[in-house]
Design a protein around this ligand. Structure first.
Ligand SMILES: [Zn+2]
Length: 431
């Protein structure tokens, strides 16, 4: 049924409408305009709040949700030791119960932060087959978000062939679906043997996009060069894995040539600067990606849930790295944000990122009342300095009010939080 939200400040992605309305019909935006030209009755008065396209997180790890506050014996000297001492312990303890509640708790947090779509990279080596379906049921069917899911294929636990099958089956099942989709998940070059890459290539048949960590730690790139005589992206290319619309997360220690190969294959580099700084692995350089014409998007690598922090850190990190406040502009920021919309559009076959007719009604309402004049030209200044500090009031995904006036409508959030605390406690005791 069609409905209209009105009296909003609307950022369409292409213009700014002061006091406008949006009519939504069947999950799509049907009409956008000024209130002065609107004759019907409003279904909801937004009382001057800001309405804009919802966020997309292009790389995350729902499986890390229950780690918040967890204590393990942690004294890493390298990036690989961070994985060994923390994440590779946690993921082996995950079964369907932990995965399901991680997904629900994560969905609650994403929704409160205006995230409509996630690209999740999952790992649970002792529960592989069916794990992506568990996450999809929670995030998409129950919480009402969209998601593109994959399982982290890796040789480290001997489950690589199962993982390839899980990815392949999930991808095939949801191909063409607008709410959920799949990719071929790979951990990183340094935990993947040539045999596994060969098997992955066979399963992908040049069609299934891969979702992989690339040169997050320097040791990943060094391992590829020393053990295989090739840089990481050259190695993936040898196995014909650089399929279009693939995700290469991080790319901190990649060379210009590797970035060019990503760019030439229509892949996306996804930056996750908060996580990189937290792990002390270095900072990716956006100018290298832009110079080599790579498509760039941003994610968070499972670090928190608010894109506002990622946006701020992304900008600050580039200014710090390059030693000049001119190193990251509003158009750089818009480019990276638009990169997420393009990526999601390719995978879910919908139009995202604009409040315009025929686009998906994936929108958020933000409690933002600017203290200075706002125009289309200075919108990204407001976004960077102010909108990122304002609360998301409502989130609509595929036209459905998933959160309205701060209350999640699709599930009982407090019940989920109570349950996730219990499951986390049990999980921590196992480790
Ligand atoms: Zn990651």
């Amino acid at each position: 049924m069609a409905y209209t939200l009105g009296n909003a400040l609307i950022y369409t992605g292409n213009s700014l409408i002061n006091n406008g309305y949006v009519t939504v019909d069947n999950g799509k935006i049907a009409k956008v305009g000024y209130m002065d030209d609107f004759n019907g009755s409003l279904n909801k008065d937004l009382k001057g709040m800001l309405l804009m396209p919802a966020w997309i997180n292009a790389h995350t790890h729902i499986y890390s949700t229950l780690a918040r506050g967890m204590k393990v014996d942690f004294h890493p000297l390298t990036f690989t030791q961070i994985l060994e001492q923390l994440w590779w312990k946690l993921d082996k303890a995950l079964g369907p119960e932990e995965i399901q509640i991680s997904a629900m708790a994560a969905a609650a947090e994403f929704i409160h932060n205006g995230v409509a779509t996630i690209f999740d990279h999952h790992s649970s080596p002792l529960y592989v087959m069916g794990s992506l379906e568990v996450i999809k049921r929670a995030v998409v069917d129950t919480a009402g978000m969209r998601g593109v899911f994959c399982f982290e294929t890796s040789d480290r636990d001997g489950i690589q062939l199962k993982a390839i099958n899980e990815n392949h089956d999930f991808y095939s099942k949801y191909k063409g679906n607008h709410l959920a989709s799949g990719m071929m998940g790979l951990h990183a070059s340094f935990t993947l043997s040539d045999e596994t890459l060969e098997a992955t290539s066979k399963a992908c048949e040049g069609q299934i996009p891969i979702h992989v960590h690339v040169a997050e730690g320097l040791e990943d790139e060094m391992d590829s060069i020393n053990s295989h005589g090739l840089k990481i992206i050259e190695r993936f290319d040898r196995y014909e894995l650089l399929n279009r619309n693939s995700i290469y997360a991080h790319c901190i220690h990649t060379s210009d040539d590797e970035v060019k190969k990503i760019s030439g294959s229509n892949g996306f580099i996804v930056m996750n600067v908060q996580s990189n700084m937290n792990n002390s692995v270095g900072i990716p350089k956006l100018s290298t990606f832009v110079k080599n014409r790579a498509k760039v998007a941003f994610g968070n690598d499972g670090f928190g849930f608010s894109p506002a922090f990622d946006i701020r850190l992304l900008s600050l990190s580039q200014k710090y790295l390059n030693g000049t406040p001119l190193a990251f502009s509003n158009s750089d920021l818009k480019g990276v944000v638009d990169g997420t919309y393009e990526l999601a559009s390719k995978h879910l076959k919908e139009k995202f990122g604009r409040i315009e007719e025929s686009y998906s009604a994936d929108m958020m309402v933000i409690d933002y009342f600017p203290p200075t004049p706002i125009t289309f030209d200075n919108f990204y200044d407001h976004l960077f300095f102010g909108i990122t500090e304002s609360k998301v009031n409502s989130l609509y995904v595929n036209g459905k009010g998933v959160m309205v006036d701060g209350r999640i409508e699709t599930f009982d959030e407090s019940e989920v939080k109570m349950e996730s605390k219990k499951v986390a406690q049990k999980l921590w005791e196992k480790l």
